[in-house]
Design a protein around this ligand. Structure first.
Ligand SMILES: CC(C)(COP(=O)(O)OP(=O)(O)OC[C@H]1O[C@@H](n2cnc3c(N)ncnc32)[C@H](O)[C@@H]1OP(=O)(O)O)[C@@H](O)C(=O)NCCC(=O)NCCS
Length: 209
């Protein structure tokens, strides 16, 4: 399947998802790449990573952009030349981009049981009580995505998931929540929304007004 779907995030942003089912050659022939991107692609060790990278370019082309419109800053955060905000994520079978009028962070993560083993290292595990093991796994995956998304939005060295980013209690059914970043003597509030897609969790973070 090529383009999978678009999801509106409030009135300012849209997530575009690609389900990766093509082989490498088909994708490689379908995208135009800058020399620097070609070099990056050639340096990637796994074909799965290469396909995720190429599908991000398929999504850019789907949205009327190309690899030539995208550049990265010194921390690795992607930007578009026309000033629209973008965040990028890939995980196994999916690549995702979000295009936004405001700075935004986005993460797509496969739901795997092993997230529960590392949950105490990155989240408030009291948020997992009274849930089935399946829902604990899904909720911990959302919290991981919240922290990745805020990290990507903020893009500052030194941010630690357990020490600086705090999720408020939320319910999986709400598909939204709030989180705070305590960093460099300031506190910033974020609005979170999330969506279950097959066996994946998609999470977006925007700064609260
Ligand atoms: C950079 C980071 C956020 C990427 O997340 P990931 O889940 O490994 O991978 P994803 O596929 O979701 O995201 C990768 C994309 O993030 C984007 N990205 C990379 N660095 C970024 C940054 N500093 N700011 C914003 N976006 C960034 C890139 O677009 C990248 O994809 P591309 O290079 O192919 O375009 C992650 O590796 C990281 O460094 N996290 C913070 C470290 C941390 O605290 N870890 C856990 C401690 S408990």
């Amino acid at each position: 399947m090529p383009f999978y779907k678009a999801i509106n995030i409030g009135s300012c942003a849209t997530v575009f998802l690609w389900k990766i089912e093509e082989d490498f050659t088909e994708l490689f022939r379908a995208v135009r790449l800058k020399d620097v991107s070609l070099a990056r692609l050639e340096g990637m060790k796994s074909e799965s990573h290469q396909k995720g990278f190429l599908c991000v370019r398929m999504l850019l082309q789907h949205c009327g952009y190309s690899d030539f419109d995208l550049y990265y800053d010194e921390f690795g955060k992607p930007h578009l030349k026309d000033g629209k905000h973008i965040s990028i994520s890939h995980s196994a079978d999916f690549s995702a981009i979000v295009l936004s009028d405001k700075n935004i962070g986005m993460d797509i993560e496969q739901v795997k049981e092993k997230v529960l083993r590392i949950a105490p290292r990155f989240m408030d595990v009291s948020h997992l009580v009274n849930l089935s093991e399946a829902d604990q796994t899904r909720k911990a995956t959302v919290v991981w995505g919240i922290k990745e998304a805020i990290f990507k939005l903020k893009n500052e060295a030194g941010i630690s998931f357990p020490d600086h980013i705090f999720e408020d209690e939320f319910s999986l059914a709400d598909k939204k929540g709030k989180a705070r970043l305590h960093f460099n003597n300031t506190v910033e509030d974020y609005e979170i929304c999330f969506e279950s897609i097959e066996n994946y969790m998609l999470v977006c973070a925007l700064k609260a007004d």
